[in-house]
Design a protein around this ligand. Structure first.
Ligand SMILES: Nc1ncnc2c1ncn2[C@@H]1O[C@H](COP(=O)(O)OP(=O)(O)OP(=O)(O)O)[C@@H](O)[C@H]1O
Ligand SMILES: [Mg+2]
Length: 309
């Protein structure tokens, strides 16, 4: 057992009937770090999170969470983990403070008033404590849900798409709070579909089709894809895409607003494929650094082709 790791699980596997939804996934998250969990819809993020916190029994795999055996000590793990579910709920006709007091009550916590006060302060909810939860904007609702999940002072936070549907400013502020909590020594595993959020993690874990495809820092993940990328803007981009779509030198093509990113794993072959269009006066080409999204699209396509499903 590695004392430095808050989560240390190997070979996590879950089947639903004949369907393999999590396929031998290893997760190792050091204490006090923020790890991002990314992957397309249905790739097994929620299922993995639920196995890590002991809510779901894996079919295979073993390991520890906060030093406790994932299979044997699920009850001990649950006491020390804060879990913000993908579709969290709260009581609309109770205030923020009442929601927190009620949650503390439900979990049979001691020092209820003190804990609620600390959560209100930690998530800067003090001035809004009397506001009805049902009247809060999306961003404040997420904050309330986060406050509720830290009432029992967990050592590990599992946040399942905590900012889905929240505006960019509120998401950014929510992430400031996540970093403040990590600064207090709490470990965080957070699933997200947002690339800007992935970039705020110490490291990311990317799964697709139930399989772990890559993990590491954002830099590692981009570099590991080994892509060369060109960006192009101008008129006739959809024709260009159509002309290039079957070209084997091209690994991924993805429009970002008015700019099309074209990537390949062989720089020379990619240039050769693009050469006939480089001097087109309607197009403006630029050699660019591949983004995290380029890398993810590439990983996904690559694995799709191998027939994982
Ligand atoms: N209780 C269940 N019974 C049967 N299949 C399930 C069950 N829970 C999840 N699945 C399936 O397992 C796969 C993985 O689901 P999971 O919710 O873990 O994905 P996810 O990565 O969290 O997706 P999303 O990004 O949409 O939240 C999906 O195909 C889903 O339909
Ligand atoms: Mg999910």
């Amino acid at each position: 057992m590695n004392d430095e790791l808050a989560i240390d699980v190997k070979g996590l596997t879950k089947r639903y009937g004949p369907k393999l939804v999590v396929d031998h996934v290893d997760v190792a998250v050091p204490k006090g770090k923020i790890y991002g969990f990314l992957g397309p819809n249905g790739s097994g993020k929620t299922t993995t999170i639920r196995m890590i916190c002991g809510l779901l029994t894996p079919d295979e795999g073993s390991g520890t969470c906060l030093g406790f055996d994932m299979r044997r000590d699920a009850a001990e793990i649950k006491k020390r983990v804060g879990y913000m579910t993908q579709k969290f709920s709260y009581w609309e006709d109770l205030s923020i403070e009442e929601n927190l007091l009620f949650t503390a009550d439900m979990f049979g916590l001691d020092r209820k008033k003190e804990r609620v006060e600390k959560a209100l302060e930690d998530l800067r909810l003090v001035s809004r404590r009397k506001q009805l939860a049902g009247r809060l904007s999306g961003g404040w609702k997420q904050r309330l849900a986060l406050a509720a999940s830290i009432l029992h002072e967990p050592l590990l936070l599992l946040l399942d798409e905590p900012t889905a549907g929240v505006d960019p400013k509120a998401r950014r502020e929510f992430w400031d709070e996540i970093h403040r909590l990590a600064g207090q020594g709490i470990t965080v595993l957070v699933s997200t579909h947002y690339m800007d959020e992935a970039e705020r993690c110490h490291a990311i874990i990317y799964i697709a089709y139930g399989r772990l495809l890559v993990q590491g820092t954002v830099r590692d993940v981009i570099d590991h894809a080994g892509l060369a990328t060109w960006s192009v803007k101008g008129s006739g981009l959809s024709d260009l895409m159509r002309n290039l779509e079957k070209n084997p030198a091209i690994a991924t093509m993805a429009p970002f607003g008015e700019i099309l990113h074209i990537s390949g794993t062989n720089e020379a072959a990619l240039y050769e494929a693009l050469a006939p269009y480089i001097d087109d006066p309607c197009l403006e080409w630029r050699k660019s650094a591949p983004t995290l999204e380029d890398a993810f699209i590439h990983y996904m396509d690559q694995n799709d082709e191998r027939g994982f499903s």
